[in-house]
Design a protein around this ligand. Structure first.
Ligand SMILES: NC(=O)CC[C@H](N)C(=O)O
Length: 440
């Protein structure tokens, strides 16, 4: 028989000693109440705290750390359909400080969802980058978790009745009677984008060879990383900043993902409508950014029944553009509750770009070839993190279009258009408040 000592030596050094951290409150009771009257009793892990939220499910098998730090999950109680969550722990959420990073390894600095619900939280974890357990990370972030509940039953309910308001009650709160329906807090009544967006403009990779402005609705770090990796200088603006006041300094505009109901972003859509009319450079939007582009184009956004959350959503391309080929199916990462209505006819100058193969919802729109514009929006996340990289080259397409625009302008003006963006009146640009660096 192999001795425990030999067995221990067989474990690589980086994995030793990592496998025993769990929260110290795994036997505190925890319950998930749904506004529709059902309750699921289990055990608490993470922060021993009760919260309200919107209960949603994700079918992702991996990357719980990326999902939980995605600002689009703000206000939501995230139920994982994958039974075992936490098995590879949590990495140190700091990126090396040099000139090309967004300062974090995950999607933002902190956990963004309100709570997590899992069938079976891993009490042991192992990964060469892991520094702590899911339970201890949740505890530090003040985020409660529930384990030991039937997440299949919760998911079937949410599929049938739609995304439902919920309450996570922990400790002595778990033995209280369920809340009355009118007591539930609905996060979508709040402008969550305003909470998630940067408050002041800042620039990443200022010496990049193409200048892109980003309207920040609650950006995932990998979106910024994906632009910086393609050597763009990225100036991140608050979601309601009127880009029209600074647009001449930029070669392209990007609109990010973000939490909550897109109708709270009408102000941004109205500013963007003017940009469409008066500016001909490339514009690209993802998820919330795509919904804002659609609203600016005259399409309507609606609330889906249970949304799409996971890394296995197939979308069919209806048109070719850049690296995308019409007729091809791409597997995508998604996290959304709202979508653009497929209307017939589409507004003039616009066409559907992608459609979801499961539920036929609109997955992308684009300006038509004869519109003279270069505007794309996609409901899914080409930057993945985590998820398939099938559509990652859409970032290359966008940055190259911006670059081509810049070179064209240079040829036209016969001069240098490479200078750093200048601040508009009243716009205090902060140069890289976060450390920046990017792995290749
Ligand atoms: N990931 C996102 O940008 C989500 C957009 C919007 N909050 C929705 O749920 O549809």
């Amino acid at each position: 028989m192999i001795s425990p000592r030999i067995l221990r030596l067989a474990i690589p050094r980086h994995a030793r000693g990592l496998a025993s951290q769990v929260g110290n409150n795994t036997h505190i009771p925890g319950v998930l109440h749904l506004k529709t009257g059902q309750s699921f009793y289990g055990r608490s892990f993470g922060a021993p705290k009760s919260i309200w939220g919107e209960t949603v499910f994700s079918t992702s098998i991996t990357s719980y750390t990326e999902s939980m730090t995605d600002p689009s999950y703000r206000g939501q109680i995230l139920v994982f359909t994958t039974p075992l969550i936490g098995n590879y722990g949590v990495p140190r959420n700091e990126a090396p400080v040099d000139n090309k990073d967004v300062g974090v390894v995950l999607e933002s600095q902190n956990i963004q969802c309100s709570a997590v619900v899992v069938a079976d939280v891993a009490e042991k974890f192992s990964h060469y980058l892991a520094v702590e357990s899911l339970a201890s990370w949740c505890q530090k972030n003040g985020v409660p978790g529930i384990t030991g509940v039937d997440t299949r039953a919760i998911t079937r309910l949410l599929r049938d009745q739609g995304t439902t308001l919920g309450r996570v009650a922990v400790g002595s709160d778990a033995s209280l009677p369920p809340p009355k329906p009118e007591e539930y807090w609905d996060p979508t009544t709040e402008n969550l984008v305003d909470q998630a967006s940067t408050k002041a403009p800042y620039t990443l990779n200022p010496n990049g060879d193409v200048k892109i402005a980003v309207l920040d609705f609650g950006a995932k770090a990998n979106i910024l990383r994906s632009l910086v990796r393609r050597n763009a200088s990225v100036t991140v603006l608050p979601w309601n900043f009127d880009f029209n006041t600074v647009r001449d300094q930029y070669d392209g505009l990007f609109l990010t993902n973000g939490p909550g109901d897109p109708k709270h972003c009408m102000e941004a859509a109205m500013n963007l409508r003017r940009t469409f009319q008066e500016w001909n450079k490339p514009i690209f939007g993802i998820c919330m950014g795509h919904q804002v582009i659609g609203m600016a184009a005259g399409l309507e956004a609606y609330r889906m029944m249970f949304g799409n959350r996971g890394h296995n959503q197939p979308v069919l391309a209806l048109a070719s553009s850049g690296s995308i080929r019409a007729g091809r199916v791409y597997v995508t990462s998604q996290n959304h509750q709202y979508a653009l209505k497929l209307q017939d006819p589409f507004p003039e100058g616009w066409e559907p770009f992608f459609i979801n193969c499961n539920d036929s919802s609109v997955e992308g729109i684009k300006s038509t070839a004869d519109s003279g514009k270069k505007i794309w929006g996609v409901q899914f996340h080409p930057e993945s993190a985590g998820g398939p990289l099938d559509t990652i080259e859409m970032f290359t397409d966008f940055v190259n279009e911006c670059r081509a625009m810049r070179l064209h302008r240079r040829a036209e003006t016969g001069g240098d258009v490479m200078g750093a963006p200048k601040a508009a009146p009243g716009m205090a640009t902060v140069e890289s408040p976060q450390p920046i660096s990017v792995a290749a």
